[in-house]
Design a protein around this ligand. Sequence first.
Ligand SMILES: NC(=O)c1ccc[n+]([C@@H]2O[C@H](COP(=O)([O-])OP(=O)(O)OC[C@H]3O[C@@H](n4cnc5c(N)ncnc54)[C@H](OP(=O)(O)O)[C@@H]3O)[C@@H](O)[C@H]2O)c1
Length: 279
Amino acid sequence: MSVITLNNQVQMPQLGFGTIMQFGNQVIDNVVFALNNGYKLIDTANRYGNEAEVGEGLKKSGLKREEYFLETKLGPTLYENDSAVDGTLERLGVDYIDLMILHHPVNNYIYAYKMLEKAYKEGKLRAIGISNFPVDKIQEILDGCEVVPAVMQVECHPYYPAEKVKAFCDEKGIKLQSWYPLGHGSADLINDPVFVSLAEKYGKNTVQIILRWHIQMGFGLVPGSKSPDHIRENAQIFDFCLGDDEMDLIASLNKHEPFYKVTPESLQRLAVTKCSFEE
Ligand SMILES: NC(=O)c1ccc[n+]([C@@H]2O[C@H](COP(=O)([O-])OP(=O)(O)OC[C@H]3O[C@@H](n4cnc5c(N)ncnc54)[C@H](OP(=O)(O)O)[C@@H]3O)[C@@H](O)[C@H]2O)c1
């Protein structure tokens, strides 16, 4: 398993398992299965409404706390709630979280980031970061806060390699982690002829080629799946290597457009939508 060394020397597994839209026994079983089939990082969020079940899966996996890396995201409606980190620890049933990030650049994100900094200094969080922040708002965090974010989680895949934010984050020592690494399962992306031909060449499937591209780009990634077969095969990406010319060919697929479109309305929705445990 390859790891990324964060700017505070914490080691983050490069490949993680994403748990969005997975609930109840399904997410418990999938977390246990993932941790026993090649993943050491689990990604959840206050907003996913599954932190308690993710915590149950972590315990059921039989791994010791230091053997897995737990990542979650502070929900925007909790950005001024001083007990939000403690509540998250409680729901997950752990004493510390490896990486906690702000989910979206809405509401009072400077106050929220300072809450993460406080919890980081208290040892409740081993690393802190952000998600979905445009460059100007990352700069605002850098200007107004003390701890440089360790990770920025952003939509990223071969059709949208998040170049602008990547260039900025590279310069500031912030590691990029891809959400929607498979374009949310986009058939166009997964069946792109470039991946079909590389899959034939390497004896892999197209999804494994795409996931390998993230690895060689140096990105963290958190692919999601509800299928045990997919979960298992998505971790089998460390036994081959794409050539430089093949990475260049994949770079030519860039469509410069994310699948998820940020609009004033979507940001407004994200700002006010409560987490299920707040209802
Ligand atoms: N920070 C943020 O704002 C944010 C936003 C969105 C997501 N995320 C994170 O990113 C994670 C991934 O997002 P996502 O799950 O929406 O998108 P994704 O990982 O890009 O794609 C998941 C889709 O790909 C399919 N898939 C996975 N493996 C496959 C395989 N081997 N063959 C064929 N199809 C396959 C899945 O279907 P099956 O279930 O059938 O395998 C599912 O439909 C989330 O779980 C979450 O942790 C973060």
